[in-house]
Write a protein that binds this ligand. Structure first.
Ligand SMILES: NC(=O)c1ccc[n+]([C@@H]2O[C@H](COP(=O)([O-])OP(=O)(O)OC[C@H]3O[C@@H](n4cnc5c(N)ncnc54)[C@H](OP(=O)(O)O)[C@@H]3O)[C@@H](O)[C@H]2O)c1
Length: 206
């Protein structure tokens, strides 16, 4: 059975983008990018919210740009080789191969995809990932903490869920980024009860 992995580069205070939508500070350097490449190499399918897909579609043609360093060309190849499912009610066409659009997030369909897939699956950005976390579908969280505090913006993790986290691995990079890899275990999940009930009951699980 494949794992579903939520991976995000976040500020230390937990935002993937600041209040102006800026995430320049999250751009990985060569050391971090090379590590990301090796993490993503085994991934067979990316589940994308429409907003993150529009950023990541850059990689469909990145290899054609001049002066791309080898670690970026490597990532472009990894990205192009994977299947992509884009969740959107508004997107009419996609700009990459191996890509299809889903109009609704169907948790049971993702459960079946995990059961059938030979290779791991990732989910992002945070809006889509929140739905997967709340449905108890996410097996691992990979957080890259960038050494910056941005104060407000787009949260990397959802409100009103308290996954049980087990630290599996950590890594420190020369530019101050820390990678934290957690197993997220699920005894029940937030979709099973109203959010208010989950909050009152305290840390049950995802
Ligand atoms: N830190 C970094 O390294 C980094 C890198 C790239 C991007 N970013 C940032 O990451 C953020 C992207 O994440 P996000 O949380 O804003 O958005 P997201 O999860 O990538 O996409 C949200 C969109 O996905 C679609 N969607 C979500 N749930 C759906 C459902 N149940 N059914 C159908 N469609 C659904 C909707 O698209 P429609 O509106 O089309 O219906 C929704 O607007 C942005 O802030 C971006 O700036 C950060």
């Amino acid at each position: 059975m494949a794992k579903l992995i939520y991976s995000a580069i976040t500020s230390l205070d937990g935002y993937v983008a600041d209040a102006d939508g800026n995430f320049d500070w999250a751009a990985p350097d060569e050391e971090v990018h090379t590590f990301v490449n090796d993490l993503e190499r085994p991934v067979g399918t990316y589940l994308y919210g429409r907003r993150l897909y529009e950023v990541m579609a850059y990689w469909e043609t990145a290899h054609t740009l001049t002066d791309q360093p080898p670690f970026m060309r490597d990532f472009a190849q990894i990205w192009q080789a994977a299947d992509k499912i884009v969740y959107s009610k508004t997107l009419e066409t996609v700009s990459s191969a191996r890509t299809r659009i889903e109009r609704n997030f169907d948790a049971e369909a993702i459960r079946q995809l995990k059961a059938a897939a030979a290779r791991d699956i990732t989910v992002g950005g945070p809006d889509l990932a929140a739905q997967a976390i709340k449905a108890g579908l996410v097996d691992e969280c990979h957080l890259f903490l960038a050494p910056i505090v941005v104060g407000s913006g787009n949260h990397s993790l959802p409100d009103n869920v308290r996954p049980t986290l087990e630290l599996l691995d950590e890594r420190r990079f020369g530019n101050g980024v820390i990678h934290l890899r957690y197993r997220t275990t699920t005894e029940g999940h937030a979709d099973a009860a109203p959010a208010s009930q989950v909050t009152q009951q305290g840390p049950r699980s995802v």
